[in-house]
Ligand binder design. Sequence first.
Ligand code: SF4
Ligand SMILES: [Zn+2]
Length: 381
Amino acid sequence: MSKPTPDVYEQGKGMDAHNQVMREIRSRKEASYDPHEPTRVWLDEDNTPDGVKRSLTIILNTGGCRWARAGGCTMCGYVAESVDGGSVSHEALMDQIDVCLAHEKENAGELSSPSSRTQSDDGDERADLIKIYTSGSFLDEREVGAESRRAIADTFADRDRMVVESLPDFVDREKIADFTQHGLDTDVAIGLETATDRVRHDCVNKYFDFADFEDACAEAAAADDAAGDDAEAGIKAYLLMKPPFLTESEAVDDMISSIERCADVSGCHTVSMNPCNVQRYTMVDELYFNDGYRPPWLWSVAHVLEETADVDAIVVSDPVGHGSDRGPHNCGECDDLVQKAIKDFDLRQDPSVFEQVSCECELTWETVLERERSFNQPLTR
Ligand code: SF4
Ligand SMILES: [Zn+2]
């Protein structure tokens, strides 16, 4: 059985009790992986400040999130790897990138939107947007060394835009410049979860503050200035809709104010609101199992998007596992319709898409918003 342990960097961070519980829960599952294969890779479409683009999303296997090894976030089912030191070599990381390029080539025919395709010199269709997630921090040099980071920037130098995931501590202008110097517009995706420090610390067990996020945005803004007209740099904030221990109405209020606060930070141009889903081997899963947690209603997601439609940022949401008990859901009858409206909103940013959907269960949702308290939640399944 793997025994996740905190490294020195993580010691003293987060809530001890949360970390202890999460370490125990994670240790129930053994993980193994091939360092030469990415965790996942797929082709998709995404809304960016330059419009909708065809994207290649890569989940790079970098040996794992060090925060998860310390215990980590209460909703994240990321399994702490048992690899000593948790690092993957430069050669193995580049093998993973090769696998992703091969995947893109093989599946290029599936591209559906002609407006978001580009022909490369050798006639292949390729994605203009490359998104790299690591279940950790791409900009943490212990996960991805400077040599690998630069080699990956070189590999994708002919694309338009890159998104790399990182915790705010590791964001700095020089690292971003590795990408912008190729003329690549570059976004750093930060799992901020909420703008409210108390909720981030006590409900999510994430150790950093909103001020760290603001610092990271300032680094991106500096990288943007330094790149001049050649490229743009910015931050994409990832927020968590309805962490554990919040009622539906508290979660909605927290999300609306979080989106507004993020949009006000210079350098942050996109907010991605992710409704919490119940992942195995997490504290949220234990709560769910004991009738102490219900994922958010899709009505709540739609409501937040409507309420924040006029902020100065792109706001999107991709409810994972929508319609299922473990994912964001309504009554079962209207889930697909509301999900479709949310996806429409993502691409068009037009809140009138929500006027076209309605269902009897809206009344139940409204009652939950009104009546649910922390001591009686969840009021419904
Ligand atoms: S949410 Fe991110 S930071 Fe938190 S444990 Fe999971 S991978 Fe690590
Ligand atoms: Zn319904």
